[in-house]
Ligand binder design. Structure first.
Ligand code: NDP
Length: 272
């Protein structure tokens, strides 16, 4: 499986695996997403100090082939030896012998060339099938291009209230043929709060959709952005899956444009 072959809705897993009383629901939610045809699962060594990876390992046991597995290395572990150590530990927790994509979680002090060399080595050993980055702004991506043209994706904060990447980052990524992964696509639930939540709910109800489904369909509207919402509820997972094949009408898109306009000029890349 390559990025271009996976459904544009994936499964986020931050804050999962931390609470024993929620474990069964979390595993059921991940499995119900896979049952519904989702393939990409996003995790990281950082999430719960490896507990998210362990949970994912349990959820995908016996069905590794169905999954496009993405994990991330912390910047402080992104040296040559650090990548090797972190990757081995992630594979162990995930109960697998390869990742489909391994991301640098955000940029740190280790020279990019050293991290890229470690990623390339892991590809040649079959430990990862591809690699990418996260939270890289256009300058970071330009610098990365001088080192390697193999970066598979850039995972960034993107939703109706965080449209900065549209100004300069996404055009650059389109030019490079690099799909985006949109994290926190419903702003960790805050998209539903307050006055902006009311505006979103009004547009959603007019369209006969829930606010979450509308927000996710909007993120995926350009066919090259993969949204990775997190939910520990099997019911919400099914609700979110219904956003996958939804084509928003011009009227709905115009109403969202009006309520959640894009910034006019570029600013620093936002992160959570
Ligand atoms: P999301 O925008 O996915 O929001 C998650 C929140 O929304 C949870 O509280 C969840 O609650 C709720 N939710 C999910 N579906 C629905 C629904 N249908 N209706 C109402 N509420 C809903 O936030 P995340 O920050 O988790 O982002 C998604 C993923 O992106 C992460 O899990 C992680 O994998 C990745 N990420 C990557 C980062 C990076 O730096 N690379 C940074 C942040 C996230 P509940 O679980 O109770 O359903």
């Amino acid at each position: 499986m390559r990025f271009n072959d996976v459904p544009r809705l994936g499964i986020g897993t931050w804050m999962m695996g931390d609470d024993a009383s929620k474990r069964d629901d979390e595993i059921a939610a991940i499995r119900s997403g896979l049952d519904a045809g989702l393939r990409l699962i996003d995790t990281a060594e950082m999430y719960g100090d490896g507990r998210s990876e362990e949970l994912v390992g349990e959820a995908i046991a016996g069905r590794r082939d169905e999954v496009f597995l993405v994990s991330k290395v912390l910047p402080e572990n992104a040296s040559h030896d650090g990548v090797r150590r972190s990757l081995r530990a992630s594979l162990e927790r995930l109960g697998t012998d390869y990742l489909d994509c391994y991301l640098l979680h955000w940029r740190g002090a280790v020279p990019l060339a050293e991290t890229v060399a470690a990623f390339d080595e892991a590809v040649s050993e079959g430990l990862i099938r591809s690699w990418g980055v996260s939270n890289f702004d256009p300058d970071d991506l330009h610098e990365l291009q001088t080192i390697s043209g193999d970066c598979a994706t850039n995972q960034v904060l993107y939703n109706l209230t965080r449209r900065g990447p549209e100004v300069d980052l996404f055009p650059l990524m389109r030019m490079l043929g690099m799909p985006a992964m949109a994290y926190s696509p419903i702003e960790q639930g805050r998209l539903f709060d307050g006055e902006r939540g009311e505006r979103l709910a009004a547009i959603a109800s007019e369209a006969g959709l829930s606010s979450a489904v509308l927000a996710l369909a909007w993120v995926m509207r350009d066919c090259s952005t993969i949204a990775i919402p997190k939910t520990r509820s099997p019911e919400r997972m099914q609700e979110n899956v219904s956003a996958l094949d939804l084509e928003l009408t011009d009227d709905v898109l115009a109403a969202l444009e009006d309520a959640f306009p894009a910034p006019e000029r570029s600013g620093p890349l936002e992160t959570i």
